[in-house]
Design a protein around this ligand. Structure first.
Ligand SMILES: [Zn+2]
Length: 62
């Protein structure tokens, strides 16, 4: 899947705008959709969190 950096606002809490952001997917809430963009530091934080989640849930290898 192609990911492209565009200039825009980060949706992940750092509240910065006019910086390179990447599209992560649609946010869906109450039947509404919005495009969800993240800057690189926020994306790194999200990836670390997702990785920790994955490692937590991964079944132990016997
Ligand atoms: Zn950000």
């Amino acid at each position: 899947m192609q990911r492209e950096w565009v200039t825009g606002a980060c949706w992940l809490g750092c509240e910065r705008a006019d910086l390179p952001v990447i599209y992560l997917g649609p946010v869906q809430w109450d039947g509404q959709h919005a495009p969800f963009y993240a800057c690189e530091p926020c994306l790194d934080r999200l990836k670390a969190q997702a990785f920790a989640y994955f490692m937590d849930r991964r079944p132990a290898i016997a």
